[in-house]
Write a protein that binds this ligand. Structure first.
Ligand code: APR
Length: 231
């Protein structure tokens, strides 16, 4: 049975109350990327960056998985082949929605990273400037988030999954950030059927065999039901 590889973006968590980046009033309308999502911004003003992620960590902590997250968990459980979720999101709603195979290519709000020794640990609810690393004690703790200009995580593993994909779905992403925006081309090269599920067509919509439009909580469960019914 085909392997299914699913890429998700901020749109899948929108109906759980978490803001997206590029929609009207999104996170990048409220904050400058260069100030809160680059290593240079963190070096310049770590308190501002910690404040930005502390607020997002707090908000994500109070959010609940929605019908789209739980539908993907059901697909992982009931599909006879492998189902891998590659997410650009840093919330844990796939996991709290029951998903098991989740790869966070942009890191997670729950992670902390030492900029000196690369030790990783579970971030406290509020991270602060000068927080000592539990391993090397250097005051270089940062959120374990992949910032612009940094290499996304687990790329070799992700490309391996894409090379074996029989079905590739992109859900809730505007397709404006690479390398994720090019995953559909890797899947096409692997001979996969490709489908985009989004509130509106992404910039890369024309690359997909099929586009399903609407709120994720409506179109994702329907898509999963069709797939499972089709077996
Ligand atoms: N249901 C489905 N799709 C939705 C919904 C919804 N309820 N609400 C919004 N969307 C769609 C929007 O139409 C948009 O295409 O989700 C997409 C969100 O796009 P972005 O805000 O650009 O988020 P994303 O694609 O995840 O951004 C990718 O950019 O800034 C970086 O690291 C950040 O991981 C992020 C990456």
């Amino acid at each position: 049975m085909e392997k299914i590889v699913i890429l998700t973006g901020a749109g899948i968590s929108a109906e759980s109350g978490l803001g997206t980046f590029r929609d009207e009033g999104g996170l990048w309308a409220q904050h400058r990327i260069e100030d809160v999502a680059t290593p240079e911004g963190f070096a310049r003003n770590p308190a501002l960056v910690h404040g930005f992620y502390n607020a997002r960590r707090m908000q994500a902590g109070g959010a609940h998985p929605n019908a789209a997250h739980t539908a993907l968990a059901r697909l992982q459980r009931d599909w006879p082949g492998e189902v891998v979720i590659v997410t650009q999101n840093v919330d844990n709603l796939h996991e709290t929605g029951g998903a098991t195979r989740v790869i966070h290519m942009h890191g997670t709000l729950s992670g902390a990273l030492c900029a000196s020794c690369e030790h990783r640990w579970t971030a406290p609810a509020e991270m602060s400037v000068g927080e000592p690393c539990p391993a090397c004690r250097a005051a270089t703790a940062r959120p374990d988030i992949v910032w612009f200009g940094e290499m996304p995580y687990h790329m070799d593993q992700i490309y391996d999954h894409l090379a074996q994909a029989g079905i590739f779905a992109a859900i809730g992403t505007s397709g404006q950030v690479y390398p994720a925006a090019a995953f559909v081309h890797e899947a096409i090269a692997a001979g996969a059927q490709t489908v985009e599920l989004n509130l509106e067509p992404s910039v890369g919509a024309s690359s997909f065999d099929q586009t399903l439009l609407g709120p994720a909580t409506q179109i994702v469960p329907r898509w999963v039901d069709d797939l499972l019914g089709r077996r």
